[in-house]
Design a protein around this ligand. Structure first.
Ligand code: LMR
Length: 412
């Protein structure tokens, strides 16, 4: 055998990740006015990652705890973390929790929750035909990969209407109505990624009606609780409403954004079952799946979040920290909107910048304009025109608005 024929020579070269390649390119760029609005990660007004003051406090408490050890956590995670996390998303007085119908497992952040949920469905969901999940068009790109990995076929459902830069509610509803009964649909609980376009409460009611009529299963992904409105409870209304209406569902939860714990990988998967017996069966199988994949979830981040969720003073402080982040983002939306509409008089309507919510704005820029911003202005954004509002601050927003204006006019 010749030396240059390797074992892996037939492995196709994969493209780099569409979001994290932007962070790498941004870091490598020496241009002083470069801006990273690619990845959805919070930055303060000095463009620095923000360690939440409450997280600093909780870490301090942990470091001074003489009883702390480095033993394995249980397979399904730190119990005081998972139970508090369930209350956070489902509500402290959730009847489903009181009735013992909720099963919660600690996961490797939201991605791990999506994966574990998808894996569980691929094994145990009673598919009506082929294993398919409906994903909003567009959605977080990783959703496609996660479901394909476990043999579930992603199918797009209409969601975003480029003509209105808003929700295609009729298209969405007809996809739900036309799907075979007991189909599975992924729903973004709040602060839709990438569009920042969420259904209204009234629209969620109609969506729940159709789920019940058709017996569909709701696979909620909740990566931004607190980021949409600055209020943890308000951002959980869709999930809580679906639980109240007894739509069968699970929820994937991440603490990466709302606790600023990106690297710690803290998340949970909550399955709301029909009865305590069903919940126990689900938990037993989730444990088996988790064991073969990661054995036991990591302890550090879960301990921090558990301290915050279970201590009333820390919890109040966390809510203030979340408001700080959410309001900074909302301020950036207003400032950008003002610059585009009043100062630069950029062609087009830019009201969606202030009507969209959460970490992202879907600017409506096309691939050519987005690419020009990356290549000519060194403003790093995904080619679908999504920008992370947290990448903007009082020092760079003028350069951003000016460059966007030029991109729209084709003069960059
Ligand atoms: C994003 O969409 O930018 C974030 O959720 C980070 C990620 O994992 O892609």
């Amino acid at each position: 055998m010749s030396d240059d024929v390797g074992t892996w020579q037939n492995v196709p070269l994969a493209p780099p990740d569409s979001i994290f390649k932007l962070t790498a390119a941004y870091k490598a760029d020496t241009f002083a006015r470069k801006i990273n609005v690619g990845v959805g990660a919070y930055r303060d007004d000095d463009n620095k990652p923000w360690v939440l003051p409450v997280v600093k406090k909780a870490t301090e408490i942990l470091l001074n705890d003489p009883s702390l050890d480095h033993e394995y956590l249980p397979i399904t995670g730190l119990p005081e973390f998972t139970s508090a996390a369930a209350k956070l998303i489902l509500g402290a007085s959730s009847p489903a929790i009181a009735e013992g119908r909720v099963t919660s497992v600690q996961t490797i952040s939201g991605t791990g929750a999506n994966h574990l949920g998808a894996l569980f469905l691929s094994r145990f969901y009673q598919w009506n035909g082929e294993a398919i999940i409906g994903l909003s068009s567009p959605t977080w790109a990783n959703h496609h990969a996660i479901f394909k990995n476990v043999g579930i076929k992603p199918i797009d459902y209409p969601y975003y209407d480029p003509r209105t830069i808003g929700l295609d509610f009729e298209g969405f509803l007809s996809a739900l109505r036309n799907a075979v009964p007991r189909s599975v649909f992924l729903l973004h609980a709040c602060a839709h990624n990438p569009t920042g376009v969420d259904p209204t409460e009234k629209q969620w009611e109609t969506i729940a009606d159709v789920f019940l009529e058709k017996g569909h299963y709701a696979f909620f992904d909740c990566a931004y609780q607190g980021f949409a409105s600055g209020d943890l409870d308000r951002d959980a209304v869709a999930v809580r409403y679906f639980v109240q209406r007894k739509v069968p569902l699970l929820v994937c939860q991440s603490f990466a954004k709302n606790a600023g714990l990106y690297g710690e990988r803290v998340g949970a998967l909550h399955v709301v079952a029909a009865s305590p017996d069903e919940a126990a069966r689900v938990k037993s199988q989730l444990s088996v799946l988790q064991r073969s994949e990661i054995s036991n979830p990591p302890s550090h981040g879960a301990r921090i979040v558990s301290l915050i969720l279970n201590n009333p003073d820390l919890f109040e402080e966390w809510k203030r920290d979340i408001k700080t982040m959410a309001h900074r983002i909302i301020n950036m939306r207003h400032e950008l909107h003002g610059l585009l509409t009043q100062e630069f008089k950029t062609p087009g309507n830019w009201d969606h910048i202030i009507s969209q919510i959460g970490m992202f704005s879907f600017t409506g820029l096309n691939v050519v304009q987005s690419t020009a911003l990356v290549e000519k202005a060194r403003i790093y954004l995904t080619s679908n025109g999504r920008i992370s509002m947290a990448g903007l601050n009082s020092k760079n927003i003028r350069y951003f608005a000016e460059s966007l204006d030029k991109a729209v006019r084709g003069t960059l």
